[in-house]
Write a protein of this length. Structure first.
Length: 480
């Protein structure tokens, strides 16, 4: 791909695509774009950068400033999009966001973090470790890193860290985006059925991961989670070196000797400390502000990847202590009158269970745990419905919002929040369905007391419900 002077991005407000647009601007390209139903923070970042973009799709958007030499299409653009069809009809050069990143990083040490769960945090932490080791990496994440205040960066060093998305590449390319990365270093965190709108069975979901593993170069390294049997089974397809990580002693990289410790400056919070041991004598003590066994796994994988990329393991371990993490990954947005509010992206029953457990581990004392959850997509909710029976174990009050339809409004008749509530009641006594964020906020403001933790979980944030809940608690405080 020759370097274009003007690049137009369809779906520019997605985290990955907005990151690509900002990187293109950094390289000196003229950048324009469009999206629909767009919302912050990416909209604010693009506008602040001076990028011309429209919050609707239309053929005339292609000529916002001039005729583009390249049109980059994000995977949220659907077949029938009038702007994409106009670009095709005009014969404009078109590529996907995944291929655009692949071209930008063709001469880099490409590191891919893939898997059903944990890939965002693992990729963000690996990038932060490399940064702390002085290697100035590039990265592409599915959300904003609170440590870098960006979802993507070109970087000046050799490593480039990808969050390897298994979702489709573009309207014309149903392959997962991670198959375009061609990494020299790769990690698979967990394998569990997800995205049933694309993958009708677990075998279909697993197939592209097998393809990824088979495509690894012989001189590459593949890291697999030893705590997940399906991950380990991928090893038989690899021609490259394979190493394992996990919480068990049989893995090549292990997290052990776990203890809780008060977070510096805030005794109400608990950090976790543990020792990571690996090949060639790696033996480092880690302090991590993020709670839960799953985050020990994430940190172990990140340290292994960063070490293989050339970073000093001791500097990587030290970087964990001040790691803030990706946005909306157990992000504590504030506390009022002893009530803490947490914002999280969990949208799969397994992730919900891990996040509820993490809330109990992160806070030194929890009187009641109030969980507000918004299921995402009808197909996922229906396929995984029975798993919700145990997902909320440890929650005292569960509020269930309306299912976020995304691209599946035509499936609204197949499953409902009430169906989810029936299952959740197996593990949580007080379960209520709420129709709006306002209703949820009212319930929380009326019931939350000192020592409670409010855990908000959704993909799109349920109209920024976590921060609005915090504001409601502040208003309640002002009236007392």
């Amino acid at each position: 791909m020759t370097s274009p002077r003007h690049v137009h991005f369809l779906g520019i407000c997605g985290y990955a695509v907005s990151g690509a647009a900002l990187m293109a601007q950094q390289l000196g390209y003229t950048v324009t774009g469009s999206d629909e139903d767009a919302y912050p923070p990416t909209t604010d970042l693009l506008t602040a950068a001076g990028i011309a973009w429209e919050n609707h799709h239309a053929p005339e958007n292609l000529d916002l400033l001039s005729t583009p030499e390249l049109v980059v299409v994000g995977n949220q653009v659907r077949p029938g999009n009038v702007e994409w069809e106009a670009a095709v009809a005009r014969g404009l050069p078109i590529t996907s966001e995944a291929e655009f990143y692949a071209e930008l990083t063709h001469d880099r040490l490409r590191i891919a973090v893939c898997g059903t769960h944990g890939k965002t945090t693992t990729a963000a932490l690996a990038a932060w470790m490399l940064e702390s080791a002085g290697m100035t990496p590039g990265f592409r994440l599915g959300t904003t890193s609170r440590d870098f205040a960006a979802s993507a960066r070109l970087g000046e060093g050799a490593p480039f860290v990808f969050e390897g998305d298994e979702y489709t590449t573009a309207p014309w390319d149903s392959r997962p985006k991670f198959l375009h990365i061609h990494p020299q270093l790769a990690c698979v965190t967990r394998l569990e059925l997800d995205h049933p709108d694309v993958f009708p069975s677990f075998d279909a979901y697993r197939a592209p991961f097998v393809e990824l593993v088979r495509g690894m170069p012989r001189e590459g390294t593949l890291l697999l989670c030893a705590d997940d049997a399906e991950c380990l089974a991928l090893a038989e397809h690899a021609a490259c070196r394979v190493e394992t990580y996990g919480t068990g002693g049989a893995a090549d990289w292990t997290a052990a000797e776990v203890e809780a410790a008060a977070h510096p400056g805030d005794g109400s919070l608990l950090d976790q400390r543990f020792t990571i041991r690996g090949p060639d004598g790696v033996d480092v003590r880690v302090t991590l502000p993020l709670p839960g066994a799953h985050n020990r796994q994430n940190a172990t994988a990140a340290l292994a990847l960063a070490t293989h990329a050339g970073a000093d393991p001791a500097r990587c371990a030290a970087a964990c202590a001040d790691f803030r993490g990706p946005s909306r990954r157990f992000e504590i947005v504030g506390s009022v009158d002893g009530v803490a509010v947490v914002d999280d992206y969990a949208h799969h029953p397994t992730e919900v269970a891990a996040t509820v457990g993490a809330a109990r581990a992160r806070f030194a004392s929890v009187r009641h745990l109030i969980a507000l959850y918004v299921p995402h997509t009808y197909s996922r909710t229906l396929e995984l419905l029975e798993q919700y029976a145990t997902s909320f174990t440890g929650a005292d009050l569960v509020l269930l919002g309306p299912i976020e339809p995304a691209r599946e409004r035509h499936l609204a008749h197949t499953v409902s929040p009430e169906d989810v509530a029936v299952r959740v009641r197996h593990s949580a006594g007080d379960v209520r369905v709420v129709a709006t964020p306002e209703e949820a906020i009212l319930v929380i403001a009326e019931s939350a007391q000192r020592g409670d933790v409010v855990l908000c979980m959704s993909v799109r944030g349920f109209d920024d419900v976590a921060r609005r809940t915090l504001a409601a608690l502040e208003a309640r405080h002002a009236l007392r």
